[in-house]
Design a protein around this ligand. Structure first.
Ligand SMILES: [Zn+2]
Length: 40
């Protein structure tokens, strides 16, 4: 089982089933909204 972690605030966003990858980085909805407001 792998984990998706927010690259901005390091909080766990979600879990997924994958044998090769244990950790993925993404953005949680909170940080995603913040960045959308500040950039463009
Ligand atoms: Zn975040």
């Amino acid at each position: 089982m792998g984990t998706i972690i927010c690259q901005t605030c390091n909080s766990t966003i979600d879990h997924f089933e994958n044998e090769k990858v244990s950790t993925l980085y993404g953005k949680c909805t909170c940080c995603d909204e913040k960045q959308q407001k500040t950039s463009k």
